[in-house]
Design a protein. Structure first.
Length: 144
């Protein structure tokens, strides 16, 4: 794993609005530090630059690993994951309470492999919905 400078880490964190760019869990509500996730893993020649990094909660980062996509459970087509640098979250997912409902093939493979809807994760989101912390506001989309 390449070194990510403090400056780059700060940029990625602020750009993400301090929320996981996959499941939108707010870092402020997590006991764990969020991670610099390579959208295209270094194994696949992904670079350690802002355009290939996303802020990720430990769950999403762990389940995604070095994968780039999976087979869409509906069509069995090889499908890339949702890319937070190129795509809008709300085009690919919607919330139903604490459950994240995928809307597209990219959404389906992402929700499945990153295991968005494990019971304990839904429960955590439901608790944050109750306290008004989820979903957090969308970050300003001023991507450079
Ligand atoms: Zn996440």
């Amino acid at each position: 794993m390449s070194y990510v400078s403090a400056t780059l880490r700060r940029l990625v964190t602020q750009r993400a609005g301090e929320q996981c760019e996959y499941c939108r869990f707010p870092q402020t509500a997590s006991l764990f530090a969020f991670e610099m996730e390579h959208i295209i893993a270094e194994k696949h020649d992904g670079i350690t630059e802002a355009e290939n990094l996303a802020l990720s909660c430990p769950y999403c980062n762990r389940f995604k690993g070095t994968d780039l996509g999976s087979l869409d459970p509906e069509t069995q087509q090889l499908t890339p994951f949702f890319n937070p640098r190129l795509q809008e979250w709300s085009d690919h997912f919607r919330l139903d309470g604490g459950t994240i409902i995928p809307l597209t093939p990219e959404g389906r493979v992402t929700a499945k492999i990153l295991q968005f809807n494990l019971p304990e994760r839904i429960l955590e989101r439901e608790q944050l919905i109750t306290s008004g912390e989820y979903p957090p506001p969308h970050p300003q989309t001023t991507d450079q």
